[in-house]
Write a protein that binds this ligand. Sequence first.
Ligand SMILES: C[S@@+](CC[C@H](N)C(=O)[O-])C[C@H]1O[C@@H](n2cnc3c(N)ncnc32)[C@H](O)[C@@H]1O
Length: 426
Amino acid sequence: MDTFLEQFSEPADDSWTFPGHLSTNHLTHGYHRYPAKFVPLLVQKLIEEYTNKNDKIVDIFAGCGTTLVESKIHGRESIGVDVNPVAQLITKAKITPISPEKLTTSNLIIFDQIKEFNFSELYFSTKHERIDYWFRFEEKNKIAYLQRIIQLVDDDDLRIFYSCALSNILKTCSKWLQSSTKPQIDPKRNEDIPDPFEKFIIQVKRMTKKNLEFYEHLVEKEYLFTKCEIHNADARNTGIEENSIGAIITSPPYVTSYEYADIHQLTGYWFDFIKEISSFRKDFIGTFYSKNENKDVEPPIAKNIVSQLEEKSDKYAREIAKYFNDMFDVSKEMFRILKPGGTACLVIGNTKLKGVEITSAQAFMEMFLLSGFEMSKVIKRQITRKLIPTIRDKDTGKFTTLGDENKQEVYPEEYIIIAKKKYGFS
Ligand SMILES: C[S@@+](CC[C@H](N)C(=O)[O-])C[C@H]1O[C@@H](n2cnc3c(N)ncnc32)[C@H](O)[C@@H]1O
């Protein structure tokens, strides 16, 4: 264990930084914004170095499906798991290549139907009060019309493709402060909200080009039918068969970083994923709303972090304890589903809260060992381009984008923990 703890203080490995290769939006990767999504090149390198051709790859925190898209273009079967139905919708669209001819024909029909919109007709019927909070009537009525057209599309793949396109324009067409990832009304945003039809058409055309790129790549490599699935499930209990997976490539929610349930609420309300936000939040790991009371944590590194936090803030201590206990369950689940000889690659950064170093990477490494894994390697990498907040307010601990004396950098680098399930274990 000590040998591996020492690796955390070694300099960052430049071969994992990918300077000059910053595209995160090629192929279907660019379908939809998503906070803290993987750099595709990082996943590509992990696939190339730590998986074999016949390995089935799992991402148990699949997010918008970067691992799955990369697995498919490398001809590896894959399964993604995410508790967020919005992640499932986006990923499903991104891993589903559509015949370019079929898509182009369908687009023409959809664009024609948009022209039939009647300004004096009411398409929007009361859905959720939060939609009324976020949208003006004009945009609501047009979005409702788009949703109606999409729901009439018979073909599942096309319907998901258009639903993903619609989901990605919701923020732009709402009163949400555009520069903020977190939900916040822009009081100045009233007259300059873009037209949902224009935005939708642009988005569909953009995605159509990306689908073509993806489709042609898969045809050329003969990976069009490589299996790839996304499940709306919990990383602590994935439902995946035990000893069945060759490799796990994943990145968990960073502690108290993003409230995914809140960030994705526009799609959540429009697509009826959310009835009531507090019950929707409850299965997300890393949320600050868990109302957890139990501060007992078993793995020693995590336990030590919680007891240091206890002196600063009882609420923080309880929330971080819950995070570590959840992640310990995740580590056991990862061990259960991996085949003997299988590899787990987990990407995570450390941070500071209330002046306490939250060394999640070291804590997870210890959890891996306690779950039965054998450590292979710890890689430190500099974060170049990942949609992740880098400034935290020293007092409140909340992420912010402004820099002044009271702010501090977090996650300037992150770690890739590589562990193996030894042969003879099952
Ligand atoms: C850091 S993001 C993963 C981003 C992903 N690597 C990508 O490229 O898009 C973490 C993800 O964990 C998901 N998540 C949170 N709690 C979860 C749980 N209990 N089970 C499964 N997924 C969960 C969130 O919805 C979020 O999509």
